[in-house]
Design a protein around this ligand. Structure first.
Ligand code: NAD
Ligand code: TYD
Length: 340
């Protein structure tokens, strides 16, 4: 039995991972989470009574705290989900992305080095930057991030690899595609569009909506991380996605059709600055570990959309609370000038 420190375990992917891991393993999990706007204790409300799970509220960049928690709890493995994660937020206020994603990861690596912990880092396909047609990113490709978010994630990846090369720290990295599923904060596109459609509000599509993403179900990401933790080679990077991308317009149509909502809700609004046109990853290296995704991207988007239709009690307080100020700032002017 292992004691695993899951950072960012109250966020979207972290909470799905904790739930998946506790139902499939006997290990103990300590969640370390700062509970930012995206981190919600209630994402794990069904599990806090499990004696194998505990929560420490705090910052991954606080080395004294991380060291104390790891020592007191006998942590053997760190799985680092904690991050600032939204590209649009990184355009509005980038510095916290460096604080958490770069410095925070570096602090965790230092503690892992001191206590000789197994370290798994959660990264993203966005570190590869825009991918031209005809290519799929493979793990040795050079990194070419183009947003403050992806630049901070790329810096973290480089630090993790440097700790393997320099100190021999037992590390692995997974680079996930755009995840969809339960408990995703509604700033991200699929929960934003699903909840807007359920509220009868317009769906703000950036630019022409021809951008391409690999929309992967979060459970397939969790099993991918599991495969790497169990069978991955130390020092290596593994892409995790479906290997198939669709345009944002295709994704919007799946969301609307799943809800039986009208396409009249679509609005084309001013594009995101520096918007990466296409992400696409080759996932053969992970498949070679015996992993395969259960959901195709269309099913993943439809399944996620249904969750928001069936779980209004989770997202309505978010949408009517703190999220409103962000939504106004990000979308009011765009929507006022929109073309349908
Ligand atoms: P999220 O924004 O839903 O959750 C992030 C979590 O990290 C929250 O619980 C938050 O409170 C916590 N956190 C933030 N700063 C912290 C700090 N300084 N100390 C401790 N905790 C802190 O994010 P997510 O979508 O679940 O993403 C999790 C990880 O997966 C991130 O590293 C992200 O870069 C990566 N990733 C996400 C996607 C995606 O589609 N969402 C795709 C690929 C990779
Ligand atoms: P997002 O969920 O923010 O993920 P990322 O930018 O990390 O890929 O956005 C996914 C895609 O949807 C991306 O091409 C941007 C687009 N998008 C919109 O068209 N409108 C929106 O309101 C948002 C949030 C995203």
């Amino acid at each position: 039995m292992k004691n695993i420190l899951v950072t960012g375990g109250c966020g979207f992917i972290g909470s799905n991972f904790v739930r998946y891991w506790l139902s499939n393993h006997s290990d103990r999990i300590v969640v370390l989470d700062k509970l930012t706007y995206a981190g919600r204790r209630e994402n794990l409300d069904d599990l806090w009574s499990d004696a194998r799970l505990s929560l420490v509220v705090g910052d991954i960049a606080d080395g004294d705290l991380v060291r104390r928690v790891c020592r007191e709890q006998g942590v053997t493995t760190v799985v680092n989900f904690a991050a600032e994660t939204h590209v649009d937020q990184s355009i509005l206020g980038p510095l916290v992305f460096t604080d958490t994603n770069v410095r925070g990861t570096h602090v965790l690596l230092e503690v892992a080095r001191e206590l000789n912990l197994r370290f798994h880092h959660i990264s993203t396909d966005e570190v590869y930057g825009h991918i031209p047609d005809g290519h799929q990113s493979v793990e040795p490709d050079s990194l070419a991030p183009r947003s403050p978010y992806s630049a901070s994630k790329a810096a973290a990846d480089q630090l993790v690899q440097a700790y393997f090369i320099t100190y021999g720290l037992p590390v692995t990295i997974t680079r996930g595609a755009n995840n969809v599923g339960p408990y995703q904060y509604p700033e991200k596109v699929v929960p934003l569009f699903a909840t807007n459609a359920l509220l009868g509000e317009p769906l703000p599509v950036y630019g022409d909506g021809g951008q391409m993403r690999d929309y992967a179900h979060v459970l397939d990401h969790c099993t991918g991380i599991e495969a790497v933790l169990q069978h991955g080679r130390l020092g290596e990077v593994y892409n995790v996605g479906t290997g198939r991308e669709m345009t944002n317009m295709e994704m919007v149509e799946i969301v609307l059709d799943t809800l039986g909502a009208s396409r009249d809700l679509i609005r084309h609004v001013a594009d995101r600055p520096g918007h990466d046109r296409r992400y696409s990853m080759n996932v053969d290296k992970l498949r070679a570990l015996g992993w395969q995704p259960r959901f195709d991207p269309r099913e993943a988007v439809a399944e996620a959309t249904r969750w928001y239709a069936e779980n209004r009690a989770w997202w309505e307080p978010i949408r009517s609370g703190e999220f409103r100020a962000y939504y106004e700032r990000q979308y009011a002017e765009r929507l006022a000038r929109a073309n349908s």
